[in-house]
Design a protein around this ligand. Structure first.
Ligand SMILES: Nc1nc2c(ncn2[C@@H]2O[C@H](COP(=O)(O)OP(=O)(O)OP(=O)(O)O)[C@@H](O)[C@H]2O)c(=O)[nH]1
Ligand SMILES: [Mg+2]
Length: 208
């Protein structure tokens, strides 16, 4: 095995071990390009003012920073009363998402609300997650991202109600073992991000 590859694998293993126990672990999953990396960057930006002021985190966020497709995993610590470690797994890692289910207290599952053609694939992914034994105890927040909130975000071709009904979300919520909440956000514009932080804080208050 090449030396660089060995070092890379060793670092990965160390990261996986050090980030599990003792911290609230939150998995952030969703298809490629739905906006997971941008969400994490935005949460980091609004966190200081959200924590200091009225917990609304509003304000102009400016142009979104550039993101690249995540090939692998990104770990980010968010301190909202407790330390919460958000682990984003790239959409292209879908076939091995399940190796990261252990130690997970909460799950953020993101859907691109502006891309109806991806909806059925996202629904299949969500069903797989909800039926995974290791995630049975996790609280789940489904994020409908890229919601059309102003001229500057993308138009959504379906209403949120149509999307929820297409993936039979009410039935999923009724049958799932997990506690499931939904939120509409725009990582680009910043709408709904304070709701995400509030959910993370409440969900990790008692565990992790
Ligand atoms: N209009 C709009 N674009 C967004 C929004 N959120 C993310 N994007 C854009 O969508 C593209 C993909 O975003 P990423 O955050 O890299 O997507 P990802 O889910 O991390 O993708 P993978 O890492 O490949 O799984 C980028 O160009 C983002 O700027 C949003 O709320 N509105
Ligand atoms: Mg990413």
């Amino acid at each position: 095995m090449r030396a660089e590859l060995r070092v890379g694998l060793a670092c990965l293993t160390e990261l996986r071990m050090s980030s599990g126990a003792g911290s609230g672990m939150c998995l952030l999953l969703g298809a490629t390009g739905v906006g997971k990396t941008l969400l994490v960057k935005r949460l980091q930006t609004i966190l200081p003012r959200w924590a200091l002021s009225s917990r609304d985190g509003k304000g102009d966020l400016g142009d979104p920073p550039l993101t690249r497709p995540t090939v692998g995993t990104n770990l980010t610590d968010i301190v909202a009363q407790k330390k919460i470690t958000i682990r984003e797994l790239g959409g292209c890692m879908g076939p091995i998402w399940s190796s990261y289910y252990g130690n997970c207290h909460s799950l953020l599952f993101m859907v691109d609300a502006s891309n109806p053609t991806q909806l059925s694939a996202s629904c299949v992914q969500l069903l797989g997650l909800l039926s995974a034994e290791e995630l049975a105890e996790a609280s789940v927040l489904i994020l409908f991202n890229k919601m059309y909130v102003s001229e500057s975000d993308l138009p959504c071709y379906m209403t949120i109600e149509e999307m929820k009904s297409l993936i039979r979300l009410p039935d999923l919520i009724a049958c799932a073992k997990q506690n499931i909440t939904t939120v509409e956000i725009s990582a680009r514009k910043g709408t709904g991000l304070s709701d995400v932080l509030r959910w993370l804080q409440d969900t990790h208050r008692t565990n992790g």
